[in-house]
Ligand binder design. Structure first.
Ligand SMILES: [Fe+2]
Length: 192
C-alpha cells in the first residue's frame, strides 16, 4: 500500500506568529514527506499488509516483517503517523472539546495541572522525541514523552494530543529555546 503525504487543512502561515510559515513548510514538505516515502519503501515489500499504518503500528510486536524493515517502519511509519496527528491537533478550525477538558480536569485535578505535566514532558524529553496525551488500555488519560518517532500505539495506547520536540520543529524560529516554543505552541491548540 502506498500512502500520500497527509494534507494540511490550513496554510503554512496559519499558525503565525507562534509557528512560522517557513518551519511549517519545511516540516511538512521535507520531513513529513521523507517519513512517508521511507515508510512506503518498506510497505511496498509487503503487499499482504493491507492494514493502515496506525493498525500496523498497534500490532508491531507480531508484525511479520524482516527485522531491519521493522525498524524502518517503526521510525518512518512512526514519523508518518505522529506528524499526521500533530497537524490535526494544530488545525485553527478545531473547536474546544468540552468533554475532553472535563475528563482532563477529572484525571489531573485541573486543566492547568494537565498542561503543566504535558509541558514538563515536552521540555524534559531528552534529545529528539514527542510529548503525548493518550488514553491507555484501561481508558485512563496519561501524559508522557517518547524518543525518536516512537508512537504510543506501540504500547496499545490511543494518542489524543502530541507535540513534536525534534529540533526541526522549532529551531529556525526558536533556536535552542525549546520552552518558549512549547509555551507558544499551546496558543495554537484550540481543542482544550
Ligand atoms: Fe517533526
Amino acid at each position: 500500500m502506498k500512502y500520500e503525504l497527509p494534507k494540511l487543512n490550513y496554510g503554512y502561515d496559519a499558525l503565525e506568529p507562534y509557528i512560522d510559515a517557513k518551519t511549517m513548510e519545511i516540516h511538512h514538505t521535507k520531513h513529513h514527506q521523507a517519513y512517508t516515502d521511507k515508510m512506503n519503501g518498506v510497505l511496498e515489500k509487503y503487499p499482504e499488509l493491507t492494514q493502515s499504518p496506525e493498525e500496523l503500528m498497534a500490532m508491531f510486536d507480531s508484525l511479520k516483517m524482516d527485522e531491519a524493515d521493522k525498524k524502518v517502519f517503526k521510525n518512518h511509519g512512526g514519523g508518518y503517523i505522529n506528524h499526521k496527528l500533530f497537524w490535526q491537533n494544530m488545525d485553527p478550525a478545531n473547536q474546544k472539546d468540552q468533554q475532553l477538558v472535563d475528563d482532563l480536569a477529572a484525571a489531573f485535578g485541573s486543566l492547568e495541572t494537565f498542561k503543566e505535566k504535558f509541558t514538563a514532558a515536552a521540555v524534559g524529553q531528552f534529545g529528539s522525541g514527542w510529548a503525548w496525551l493518550v488514553r491507555n488500555k484501561e481508558g485512563e488519560l496519561e501524559v508522557y514523552g517518547t524518543s525518536n518517532q516512537d508512537s504510543p500505539l506501540l504500547k496499545g495506547h490511543a494518542p489524543i494530543l502530541c507535540l513534536d520536540v525534534w529540533e526541526h520543529a522549532y529551531y529556525l524560529k526558536y533556536q535552542n529555546k525549546r520552552p518558549e516554543y512549547i509555551e507558544n505552541w499551546w496558543k495554537v491548540v484550540k481543542m482544550i
